[in-house]
Design a protein around this ligand. Sequence first.
Ligand code: FES
Length: 146
Amino acid sequence: MALYSEKVMDHFNNPRNVGVIEDADGVGEVGNAKCGDIMKIYLKIDGDIISDVKFKTFGCGSAIASSSMATELIKGKPLSQALELTNKAVAEALDGLPAHKMHCSVLAEEAIRSAIKDYYDKNGIEYDKTRFPDPHEEEEHHFEDD
Ligand code: FES
């Protein structure tokens, strides 16, 4: 069996939603201290709906495929749904990732949360802080996800 699914290869070779939104309503940037990869997500929010999303990922193929799939999964969706997106759901939508690459999908989940948090903070919207752990504490968490 190939190490990477056809979907991973497709989203790596033809990533969707690559780029920058200059007037984004929320921007999230996260990194993994171990591999050094960085992911940045830009959201345009209309009411409660993510009307547009773009990403820039300086990282491995799995991180690029995860970003691409994650942006597809949240585009046009309400914020509440985007907040529920887990790295496992991203990996499943890609027909799986090798175990040692699961942390790449964690970056996508965290970058989306970080962008939504940025939107909430900029607009003075109250939110449940326990749903947005400190990303620096999360870095330790990544090692366990490997
Ligand atoms: Fe670090 Fe993939 S190897 S995100």
